[in-house]
Design a protein around this ligand. Structure first.
Ligand SMILES: [Zn+2]
Length: 278
């Protein structure tokens, strides 16, 4: 699933292409994709100009004139592609936005069909169900509020990082990479963390996510940005997907464990588990 760096990369590639374009039509080819809040509201998109594209957590907001925004969650396999209107539409394309001038159109493809789109009022964006429960943005949160987030939390570090209500945008890949860089064991209970360790994690989080954005994200399977480019941060992964390979720091074999039904990768040499931690 695209995480913060991938979604941020997609947003950055969409902004220069979409900003200022006037919507001619909005075709929904796969209706279950569309979560309609107010029936017929989306018809008002016709003729509106796109004012901007932004990210919140792993979600994309396409802001339009007239207090309207499209909220898009890519989930597992959703991608945006600019195509010429002449190109055939394949069976995985679920909605198409066409514009008033030019032949390019924006298509949303989603092979697994877990993604969704809804049309909301821009002014109400922070109060819609999908966004109101999201935690702070990892790239924006300062050290002190970050340290306060962990107070009284009993969950293990990895589970907390994956919890979108705790922090928005981090998924399985970056949680593992952040914990490795901070030299923290993924199973450590949050309440056991010292302030200095949280400071290390805060720094690692900003650094890993920042470097991943600079590399345009990680391409594991399907991810592409809106102009079809892959990311290349996967070449810099230290633990994720590297089970059995030697740690680049200490040489020990990277381990994989199951946590909450998902794989967690860590280095048993660099990320020591406290004896009392389990
Ligand atoms: Zn190591």
């Amino acid at each position: 699933m695209p995480e913060l760096p991938e979604v941020e990369t997609i947003v950055r590639s969409l902004v220069p292409k979409l900003k200022g374009l006037q919507i001619r039509s909005f075709h929904i080819l796969y209706p279950p994709l569309f979560r309609e809040k107010s029936p017929g509201f989306i018809a008002n998109l016709r003729g509106k100009k796109i004012c901007g594209v932004r990210r919140r957590g792993k979600m994309i907001l396409i802001d339009c004139e007239g207090d309207m925004s499209l909220l898009v969650h890519l989930k597992m396999t959703g991608i945006f592609l600019f195509s010429s209107a002449d190109e055939p539409v394949d069976k995985h394309t679920h909605f198409i936005i066409s514009f008033e001038y030019g032949k390019r159109e924006l298509r949303f493809r989603d092979v697994r069909k877990f993604g969704f789109v809804s049309c909301i009022r821009t002014a109400e964006a922070s109060s819609v169900d999908e966004l109101k429960s999201l935690g702070p943005e990892p790239l924006e949160i300062g050290l002190a509020p970050f340290q306060r987030l962990f107070q009284g939390r009993k969950a293990r570090l990895k589970s907390l990082l994956l919890n979108q209500k705790f922090l928005a945008g981090i998924g399985n890949i970056y949680a593992d990479e952040i914990l490795f860089q901070a030299r923290l064991h993924p199973l450590t209970p949050a309440s056991r963390m010292r302030q200095a360790e949280l400071k290390r994690m805060h720094e690692a989080m900003k650094d890993v996510l920042g470097r991943a954005i600079a590399c345009q994200g990680s391409t594991i399977r399907d991810y592409r940005n809106a102009v079809g480019q892959e990311g290349n941060f996967q070449s810099f992964h230290q633990v994720y997907g590297r089970e059995g390979l030697a740690c680049t720091i200490c040489g020990r074999g990277i381990r994989r464990i199951r946590l909450g039904g998902r794989s967690t990768f860590y280095c048993p040499g660099c990320q020591k588990e406290e004896k009392t931690a389990r």
